[in-house]
Design a binder for this molecule. Sequence first.
Ligand SMILES: N[C@@H](CCC(=O)N[C@@H](CS)C(=O)NCC(=O)O)C(=O)O
Length: 207
Amino acid sequence: MMPTTTRVPHRVFGTSTSGNCHKVRLVLDILGIPYRWHEIEIMRGESRTPEYLAMNPNGQVPLLQIDDHTWLPESNAILCYLADGTRLWPGDRLQRARVLQWLFFEQNAHEPHIAGARFTRAFLKQPEHPRLPVMIQRGYQALAVMEQHLARAPYFAGEFSIADIALFAYTHRADEGGFDLAAYPAVRAWLERCLAQPGVSEMPMSH
Ligand SMILES: N[C@@H](CCC(=O)N[C@@H](CS)C(=O)NCC(=O)O)C(=O)O
């Protein structure tokens, strides 16, 4: 008789109201991959305990536990790992590079400002924070880049992919950071297309 192997489901250490963590939940739900979610209260320092730092020395969520000895941090790296070999990761070389282009854009030009403004207003409750105006200005710049692309194409890299999932996470809660999407009709239509994909859910609101 063939020996049976028990596959341990992926474990996700995440905070449900974090867009970086919601990306991971979305990919797992869309692909129907079983997982266990371990809620981490970052505001109570739970990602900075010695036990947590032993798994992720960078002390942040999300963190994917693949097996007893293997952990993967960084939301977009987790997305690439989970999507490899699936319809969310294109076969074409240029389209794969396009996915990476938008994943880097998300972390560099989008998340620091759009998620940063949401964190400052909705979590820190500091609407007068001196860095907020720059975050709002740079966040709108990122939204304008997205609007320009989405006016010509339904998704960021050909078909619906992890590039869309990564950008969806904080864009659909941008209002919590003080952003108004009224002047971005292509972005709003794309958000609806993303939400219509099986497995895509909205992230819980900050309060
Ligand atoms: N580049 C990282 C950013 C992760 C990140 O900023 N995580 C935040 C929550 S969204 C966090 O863990 N903050 C708690 C802390 O830094 O102590 C990723 O994409 O995973």
